[in-house]
Design a protein around this ligand. Structure first.
Ligand code: 13P
Length: 287
C-alpha cells in the first residue's frame, strides 16, 4: 500500500536524516528503487515528473503499476508515490489517479497566486490524507523543459507558505537540477538556516540532489533538510552501464539482445546509486 510522505518525513526531520526521492521513468527504474529500499529497510519516495508521467502513458498507469509492484514484490517499507514539480492541473490529475503525495510547484507564480493555489490544494490533500510539497524560489537548471536560475528563496515567503499547512517545503538555496557547472557557488547555508529558523519543524526539501558534494548534503540535513531529490544521477548510472554492455558487444553474444538481459546492467547500476544515496542520507534501517 502506498502511504503519504508525512510520517516518514516527520521522523526524518526529528531523527536528523533525509528520505530520498528517486524519480522513476519505467518499470526497471521502479523495480530497482523498490528492491533497494526493501533490502536496506529504508522508507522511499518515488518521484514522477509530469513528463515522465506522460511517457508512461499517464498518471493512472503509473499509480496502477507502482501499487501492483509494491504488492507483487512484497515491499513492506513505507513507499510514497509523489508527483514531482506538478502544475495545478497535474496535481489534480494525480490526486484523482491515486498518488499518495503531491508537489505543487507554484514558484513561477507571483507569491499571492502561489499561496492561493497552494491553499486550495492543502484542503484537498488534507481531506484525502495525502502529503503536499510546495515550492518557494525556483530551483535552477532544466527539468522537463522548464529552466530556472537557481535563486535563493525569501525566508519570509517560505514561512507564509509553510503556515498554509503543507507537509514539506522545497526552497531554493542555490541548488539546480542536473549536473552542476564547474563555477557553481555551492548551497547557500545562510539561506537554509534562515528558512529553518522561520519554519521550525517543517521538513525541508532539497532538489537537485545529483552532484552535491557529500559534506554539503550532510550539512543541509543538519539544517533541517529531510527529503532529498535525486533524478539525473540514476539516469547517468543507467546510461553508463548500458553503454558498457553494448560497447563490450554483449548484445551480440547469444541472446544478449533480449531486453531483460540488455537492461539488466542498467537496472543494477540504479540499485547501486540508490544504495549509495540512502547510506549518505542516513535513511538505512529507518523504515
Ligand atoms: P537531479 O536531477 O539534479 O538529481 O534533481 C532531481 C530533482 O530535484 C527532482 O525534482
Amino acid at each position: 500500500m502506498l502511504v503519504s510522505a508525512e510520517e516518514m518525513l516527520k521522523k526524518a526531520k526529528a531523527g536528523k536524516y533525509a528520505v530520498g526521492q528517486f524519480n522513476i521513468n519505467n518499470l526497471e527504474w521502479t523495480k530497482s528503487i523498490l528492491l533497494t529500499a526493501q533490502e536496506l529497510n529504508s522508507p522511499v519516495i518515488l518521484g514522477v515528473s509530469e513528463g515522465a508521467g506522460k511517457y508512461m502513458t499517464g498518471f493512472k498507469t503509473v499509480a496502477a503499476m507502482v501499487d501492483a509492484m509494491v504488492d507483487s514484490l512484497g515491499i513492506t517499507v513505507p513507499v510514497a508515490l509523489h508527483l514531482d514539480h506538478g502544475s495545478y492541473e497535474g496535481a489534480k490529475a494525480c490526486i484523482e489517479a491515486g498518488f499518495s503525495s503531491i508537489m505543487f510547484d507554484g514558484s513561477h507564480y507571483p507569491i499571492e497566486e502561489n499561496v492561493a493555489k497552494t491553499k486550495e490544494l492543502v484542503a484537498i490533500c488534507k481531506e484525502k490524507g495525502l502529503s503536499l510539497e510546495a515550492e518557494v524560489g525556483s530551483i535552477g537548471g532544466e527539468e522537463d523543459g522548464v529552466i530556472g536560475a537557481g535563486e535563493c528563496a525569501d525566508p519570509d515567503e517560505c514561512k507564509a507558505v509553510a503556515d498554509l499547512g503543507v507537509t514539506m517545503l522545497a526552497a531554493g538555496i542555490g541548488n539546480i537540477h542536473g549536473k552542476y557547472p564547474d563555477n557553481w557557488a555551492g548551497l547557500s547555508f545562510e539561506t537554509l538556516d534562515a528558512i529553518q529558523q522561520k519554519t521550525g519543524d517543517m521538513p525541508l526539501v532539497l532538489h537537485g540532489g545529483t552532484g552535491i558534494p557529500e559534506d554539503m548534503i550532510k550539512k543541509a540535513i543538519s539544517l533541517g533538510v529531510a527529503k532529498i531529490n535525486v533524478n539525473t544521477e540514476c539516469q547517468l548510472s543507467f546510461a553508463a552501464a548500458t553503454r558498457k554492455y553494448i560497447e563490450e558487444g554483449k548484445d551480440l553474444q547469444g541472446k544478449g539482445f533480449d531486453p531483460r538481459k540488455l537492461l539488466a546492467p542498467g537496472a543494477e547500476a540504479i540499485r547501486a546509486t540508490v544504495k549509495e544515496k540512502m547510506e549518505l542520507f542516513g535513511s538505512v534501517g529507518k523504515a
